[in-house]
Design a protein around this ligand. Structure first.
Ligand SMILES: Nc1ncnc2c1ncn2[C@@H]1O[C@H](COP(=O)(O)OP(=O)(O)OP(=O)(O)O)[C@@H](O)[C@H]1O
Length: 499
């Protein structure tokens, strides 16, 4: 089945998110859609999926114009969408989730459980997914949950599959598995549209690359292009894909974690006697496969984790026992793993979100009255400095593209007076140009004498950004090694083998 978007225009008020966009997805092809944050990729896919109505242009399937009033119509026409934020209910089984995701279409009503289980098994066998229809979704690793999303998309016999930044939440190994799945889908004749910021993935699977910038298609790139060529085509300037940083000049160890253990609600130990030190002017990267205690570690530091034992000291002050606000007030900048859950308030404006956890109200307030002009100026400056693409500081967070939401969180946390920066996957969802900028900001924070703790899942980011790397496995720190340690040694450590 061939899919064509012809002359699609979509506006949000005065902003044109898609401007006369043409795109063709052919059977047996992986078509990568590349573009910087806010370029209009998700908007275009939402038009295709019937979630938004275009202001101009048309959608054609096998050269015939079609109209989608909603996702049900798009699904019935053979279009499947694999969402980045999984739309799965954790307490339900795979088969039950598939039933819920299967909107009644003009071809029939809801599925019954037996049919759903059978179909899940069939699709899983056919593509080698190894998904048990009776497994509880919440118990499955993220990579397998994503396969459930793919099964959901394939259920309606989808011929065109859209993957919108599918690897943002995956571990490197799960990413490799997904690439293999995409190749298999291609060999079965599916047409695939693949949105990603990771150029390595583009180079691995793309048959065709289209680049979109500021809502307009700027051209096609060859899959043989170098990562640097693709990067500069995406953001319209040369981008340095390596982190530029001088030698660290570590000072005193002002941040110390001693014998830290933590337990989850079920009473299972999730952090097991963690000992770490970070010096002023040093970046320590926590590497490891996601789910090995990194989340719990950052939560314990910030005062969000329940049962903990041991000590976490910043500038000689104990953090354990303090709540989140008290910890932030000591000068801790925190970039959470999930920006939509912990980082932003969707209905607040950018300006409001930039103020969320500030306790130093002095520059913004005189007595009880807010210095609105100052606040506005501050927000506008941050918008410019962090290249946050939005209509203005009064746009709400929910109106921003994913990458731009992340930039709001970073802008807020990096512009406070810091004594410690804790950032989980700070560049998740960012385009290559923004990653370059964020890395520069993190290095500058280090060079200002601040201890920095970064949680990274990408080994490249860990080795490039870190001065030292601590690897976590099953709640323990397996070892702390210099950042020039080889990938194979780091890989072994990530599997629990001490260096
Ligand atoms: N519901 C909305 N209301 C107003 N503006 C919106 C809305 N949705 C998206 N936009 C704007 O449209 C533009 C394109 O956003 P879109 O999400 O399509 O970008 P993207 O290319 O997917 O970016 P990213 O790589 O960051 O995910 C952005 O400037 C965004 O702020």
């Amino acid at each position: 089945m061939k899919l064509e978007l012809r002359g699609i225009t979509k506006r949000f008020g005065a902003m044109t998110a898609n401007d006369n966009v043409n795109l063709v997805a052919e059977p047996g092809q992986i078509h990568c859609l590349l573009g910087e944050n806010g370029a209009g990729k998700s908007t275009l896919m939402n038009v295709l999926y019937g979630l938004y109505q275009a202001d101009g242009g048309e959608i054609l399937i096998d050269d015939k114009v079609v109209k989608f009033a909603g996702p049900g119509d798009a699904m019935a026409a053979g279009i499947g969408m694999v969402h980045q934020h999984f739309m799965l209910i954790p307490v339900f089984t795979v088969a039950e989730n598939v039933i819920l995701g299967h909107e009644p279409t003009k071809f029939g009503g809801l599925l019954d459980l037996e049919t759903a289980r059978k179909q899940v098994r069939e699709i899983s066998d056919r593509f080698g997914f190894e998904v048990d229809p009776d497994a509880i979704v919440g118990d499955l690793p993220v990579g397998v949950q994503q396969r459930v999303e793919i099964i959901k998309a394939l259920m309606g016999d989808a011929q065109v599959l859209v993957f919108d930044e599918p690897t943002a939440v995956l571990t490197p190994q799960e990413t490799d598995e997904l690439m293999a799945i995409m190749k298999q889908l291609r060999s079965e004749g599916k047409a695939i549209v693949f949105i990603t910021h990771k150029l390595r993935e583009v180079k691995e699977v793309a048959d065709k690359i289209t680049v979109i910038r500021l809502g307009k298609i700027v051209g096609e790139a060859s899959p043989k292009s170098s990562a640097n060529e693709l990067a500069s085509m995406m953001v319209g300037r040369a981008v340095d894909l390596d982190v530029e940083k001088g030698v660290a000049k570590p000072g005193k160890a002002t941040f110390k974690i001693t014998n830290l253990s933590a337990w989850n609600h079920a009473g299972t130990k999730v952090l097991d006697d963690v000992n770490l030190e970070i010096h002023e002017g040093e970046i320590l990267v926590i590497a490891g496969v996601q789910g090995n205690g990194q989340t719990e570690l950052t939560e314990a530091i910030i005062g969000m984790h329940g049962k903990t034992a041991g000590s976490i000291e910043l500038d000689g002050k104990e953090l354990i026992g303090k709540n989140v606000k008290q910890v932030l007030d000591l000068g801790v900048g925190f970039v959470p793993e999930d920006r939509t859950e912990d980082g932003l308030v969707a209905e607040f404006t950018i300006a409001e979100n930039l103020m969320l956890d500030r306790s130093d109200r002095k520059p913004f307030a005189k007595g009880i009255s807010l210095q609105l002009d100052f606040l506005k100026k501050f927000a506008q400056e941050k918008l410019k400095q962090f290249d946050i693409r939005a209509q203005g500081i009064d746009s709400t967070a929910s109106q921003l593209s994913g990458g731009n939401q992340q930039k709001v969180v970073l802008a807020r946390e990096l512009s406070r007076e810091l004594r410690l920066l804790v950032a989980s996957q700070p560049t998740r969802g960012l385009d290559v140009g923004s990653i370059e900028f964020v890395h520069e900001q993190i290095v500058a924070t280090r060079d200002a004498g601040i201890p920095v703790l970064i949680v990274a899942t990408e080994l490249d980011e860990a080795t490039q950004l870190g001065d030292r790397i601590a690897v976590m496995y099953r709640g323990k720190v397996v070892g702390v090694v210099p950042s020039n340690t080889s990938r194979s040694v780091l890989g072994q450590m990530m599997a629990g083998i001490s260096a």
